[in-house]
Design a protein around this ligand. Structure first.
Ligand SMILES: [Zn+2]
Length: 175
């Protein structure tokens, strides 16, 4: 089931990226912009995140110094703390099930040459999904220079795309 859901998240991501097909190629991205895909189904909430590494660690080349290696480690740690990054209503009783972070691999393996990004996947399970009306994210507290985060939302009652910024950090999950 989990894999089917992730396939769905990836599908949304692909659809969103197709809209930028002219400028978007594998490994490339537009600086200043990030993408978040959100899917809820029953008790499960899945959140996928794609952010240009320059906004996460301040550079996109392979780390050359200890400071740059530390920056990548610190970011991996920060983005692994799902409960700190995403807040649901207390009475929904959501807990983080799994978190997967990819950062720095692209550059280390010379994947795309120029660009590198953070890719993260978060899975939550909520005891009382009837209280799952919205969530807020603290992502913008950690990001340098990200202007806009495009959020694609698919829930049983809502399919929409919104944009988050440092002044708008809430994502509705219901109509
Ligand atoms: Zn880049």
């Amino acid at each position: 089931m989990r894999y089917a859901q992730w396939a769905l998240v990836c599908l949304i991501g692909s659809a969103a990226l197709t809209l930028h097909a002219n400028t978007h190629q594998h490994g490339a991205h537009e600086h200043g912009r990030g993408v978040m895909n959100v899917v809820t189904q029953g008790r499960e909430v899945l959140i996928e995140l794609e952010l240009p590494a320059v906004h996460v660690v301040g550079f996109e080349h392979a780390p050359r110094t200890d400071a740059e290696r530390h920056a990548i480690e610190a970011a991996r740690e920060r983005y692994s703390d799902a409960a700190a990054l995403f807040r649901f209503a207390d009475n929904a009783q959501c807990t983080s099930n799994s978190t997967e972070i990819h950062l720095g691999e692209d550059v280390e393996h010379g994947h795309s040459g120029e660009h590198s990004q953070l890719h993260a996947e978060y899975a939550f399970s909520c005891h009382h999904p009837q209280h799952l009306n919205a969530f807020t994210t603290r992502l913008f507290e950690h990001l340098e220079g990200l202007e806009r985060l495009e959020v694609n939302v698919i829930t049983p009652s809502l399919q929409t795309r919104i944009h988050l910024s440092s002044s708008q950090s809430a994502v509705s999950l219901r109509r």
